[in-house]
Structure formats: C-alpha cells, structure tokens
Design a protein around this ligand. Structure first.
Ligand code: BV8
Length: 258
C-alpha cells in the first residue's frame, strides 16, 4: 500500500510548506483531535529543549542526571538552583506562534485534548484552557516530605527553602525520572489517545515513557497520527504523516489552510 501523500518527510529549511489535503480533510471531519507536545514546541520561545546541550554553569550536567530524586537528595542546593535557573528562563519566554496555533485549533475542532510533557506552562500562557500536564509544572513547588504543593514560598538564604508547614525541603512540582506520573493526567492522556480521530505529535523526541507510547496507542486505535518535528524520531516511520519543520512554522500554516 503506498503511503498516503505526505508520508514522504519533507526536509524543510524554512521552505514554503505543503500540507497534505487528506490531512486537512481529516482535521475538518475529526470528532476529536488529540495533541501531544514536547519541549520542541517551546524551542522557538527560546526555552532550550530538554536534550539540548545544557549551557553555561549547567553544561557539565545531563538533565536526566539532575531530574531525579537521588540527585536532589544528594545535592538539593544544586538541583534547586538548576530549576530556579530554568524558572527564570521560562518567566522571560513568551508563547510562540506554535502555541498560539494550538489555541486556535482548539476553537476550530469539536473535541480537543492537549497533552504536554512540558513543564514550562507556555500552553496555558498562550490561552490553552484545559492542558494535561504529564510531567508537572516548573512554576509550582511542593514539599519533598509531604508531597503537597506549597502555593507560595520565601526565598531565604536557606537553599532549597523549607516547607512552611513541616520544615521539610521544597522541590519543584515536576515528575522526576523514576517517579510515577500523576494518575489522573496519564489516565486522561491514554483515553484521549485511544479515542481520537487525529493525533498530532509535536516537538518530542518520543523517547521518554510513558508519554512516548501515546502516539503508538493512537495508531493502534486507528487514529491518523501526524508528527511535526524537524528531525526524525522512533515514531517517524510509523506515522502516516511526518511534517519536517518547526512547530512555529508548520502549525500556523496548518491553521491557515484548515
Ligand atoms: C515512570 C520533568 C514508573 C522534569 C521529565 C519504558 C521504556 C524505557 C524507559 C522507561 C519506560 N518506562 C519508564 C521508563 C523510565 C523513564 C524513561 O522514559 N526513560 C527514558 C529516558 C529511557 N521514565 C520515567 O522515569 C517516568 N516515570 O515511568 O515511572 C517507572 C519508573 C522507572 C522504571 C519504570 C517505570 C517519568 C518520566 C518523566 C521525566 N520528567 N520532565 C524536568 O523537566 O526537569 S521528562 C523530560 O523529557 C521533559 O518533560 C521533556 O518534555 C520530556 C521529553 O523530552 P522531549 O520533550 O521529547 O524533549 P527532547 O529534548 O528529547 O526532544 C525535543 C524534540 O523537539 C526533538 O525531537 C527535536 O527535534 C524537536 N524540536 C526541536 N525544535 C523544534 C522541534 N520540534 C518542533 N519544532 C521545533 N522548533
């Protein structure tokens, strides 16, 4: 069976984009569209992707090594400061045309679920309303001992700051490697992957589980799966459409043609 038009991935270096008409038709008729985003959609907002070489002070650390309970227990000050640096980066970032296009897509389709692996909160700042955050949110903080969110905290010379309730150390409210994802978030994500007509996988290397399994779940449930990424990933050869481009270019074009 010839792959549907659009399967041939397009190496796009800023070239004009042709979006397959069959994909546009599927989106127009879709009862439910599910979107999974990864850090690639925030790249054009100036937020380094999760696996981009760490810069400056953090260049000698791999994110997977810092984003763990063990790293925090061994060196809470280092891990807290890494997240404080990322919080600052995110605070200075603005949603980009890719985030904004997804807000518009949500308005245009009858059923829509936005699932993100990102912890930067840029989808919400762009105007997306009901975001399923699989990996938490870097702007929230919780008590390491109680595992309960602390709404506000005082930056003192004690790093990390201490829980106002129990005096335990505070940590970012994100899911570290080796930690379970929030049950409600992953349950919603799996259900939305199984029940959608079109699944867009945007800006993710499709390496981190269980999020990486979601597009394959959609494939198994006969959804039309579309990858939007300048590079190939383990999903590329399985997805009927692999649109080779930056999310901030492809998504606005998609909406323009929809
Ligand atoms: C768990 C929060 C139970 C912290 C993050 C099954 C198989 C193998 C391994 C496992 C498995 N099940 C569990 C594991 C272990 C582990 C895992 O997946 N390891 C991998 C790395 C091998 N998973 C876990 O531990 C999860 N917990 O399952 O608990 C358990 C535990 C242990 C063992 C079994 C079961 C918890 C995972 C969550 C980790 N926390 N973030 C923080 O941010 O500090 S994950 C982190 O990675 C970010 O959230 C990030 O979003 C996410 C995924 O990365 P990507 O978003 O894909 O980013 P990346 O840089 O990789 O890629 C960017 C992509 O964008 C690239 O493809 C690039 O080409 C593209 N791009 C660039 N620019 C653009 C673009 N695309 C579009 N437009 C552009 N402009």
């Amino acid at each position: 069976m010839n792959p549907p038009e659009g399967h041939l991935s397009r190496q796009v270096a800023g070239a004009a984009f042709s979006i397959p008409s069959s994909l546009l038709q599927a989106l127009r008729c879709a009862r439910h569209v599910t979107v999974l985003t990864g850090s690639g959609i925030s790249a054009e907002s100036g937020v380094p992707t999760f696996r981009d070489a760490q810069t400056g002070l953090w260049s000698k650390f791999k994110p997977e090594e810092l984003a763990t309970r063990g790293a925090f227990q061994r060196n809470p000050k280092l891990v807290w400061e890494w997240y404080a640096w990322r919080r600052e980066l995110v605070a200075q970032a603005e949603p980009n045309p890719g985030h904004l296009a997804l807000v518009e897509l949500e308005r245009r389709v009858s059923g829509f679920t936005l699932i993100t692996q990102n912890v930067d909160g840029l989808h919400q700042r762009a105007g997306s309303r009901d975001v399923v955050e699989l990996h938490g949110n870097i702007t929230r903080v919780k008590c390491f001992e109680e595992d309960q969110v602390v709404p506000t905290w005082q930056e003192t010379d004690e790093t990390p700051p201490l829980c106002p309730r129990c005096g335990g150390r505070l940590r970012p409210d994100v899911v570290w490697f080796g930690e379970m994802l929030p049950a409600d978030a992953i349950d919603r994500a799996v259900a939305a992957s199984q029940s959608c007509n079109v699944f867009l996988s945007i800006g993710t290397s499709t390496l981190v589980h269980p999020a990486a399994a979601l597009p394959f779940e959609a494939l198994q449930h006969k959804a039309m799966v579309v990858e939007i990424n300048p590079c190939s990933t383990p999903l590329t050869t399985r997805a009927p459409y692999a649109l080779r481009g930056a999310a901030g270019q492809v998504l606005p074009r998609l909406l323009q043609m929809l």
